[in-house]
Design a protein around this ligand. Structure first.
Ligand SMILES: [Zn+2]
Length: 155
């Protein structure tokens, strides 16, 4: 017959004992059940936090800030993306800005064009309802002097 052991310290405990003689752990059924419920509760919270960290799109909106010369803050919510233009790192004005949302599987939204956006302007919503999960924003910025730059921001 299998010897009963203490769930906390692992030492063998006599049959019918209500408390572990080594570490003092209560061995009553009721206490054990409360303990299980507490463990399940903690695991549920951990799972939700992990899901939030690993799959932020599920818990929209997600906000991503770009790191290139053209600064954006991208918020994703169900079916659409809002791209807030935040100006440029070097202070140059953007004469024209085009953005498209890239989605999982290689599909792309249409290219949206904005003339002379001011910092703080929200571009969008760019509808992503027919796309799969958005994975990035592609943009083309044309500066006042005619130079062009394009980049892809991975979400
Ligand atoms: Zn014990």
């Amino acid at each position: 017959m299998k010897q009963k052991v203490c769930p906390r310290c692992g030492e063998p405990v006599p049959e019918g004992a209500s408390i572990c003689m080594v570490c003092g752990q209560s061995l009553s059924k009721r206490y054990m059940m409360q303990r299980e419920v507490a463990v399940v509760g903690v695991l549920a919270v951990v799972a939700i936090v992990l899901a939030y960290l690993l799959f932020p799109i599920v818990f929209a909106p997600t906000t991503v800030t770009s790191t290139g010369n053209v600064l954006f803050e991208i918020s994703l919510s169900d079916g659409s993306a809002y791209v807030e233009y935040e100006g440029t790192v070097d202070g140059r004005d953007v004469a024209n800005l085009q953005i498209a949302v890239l989605a999982e599987g290689g599909s792309t939204s249409q290219l949206f064009s904005f003339a002379s956006p001011e910092p703080g302007t929200v571009l969008g919503p760019v509808e992503t309802g027919t796309l799969r999960k958005p994975v990035g924003v592609y943009y083309v910025a044309v500066y006042g002097d005619g130079t062009k730059m394009s980049d892809t921001i991975i979400i």
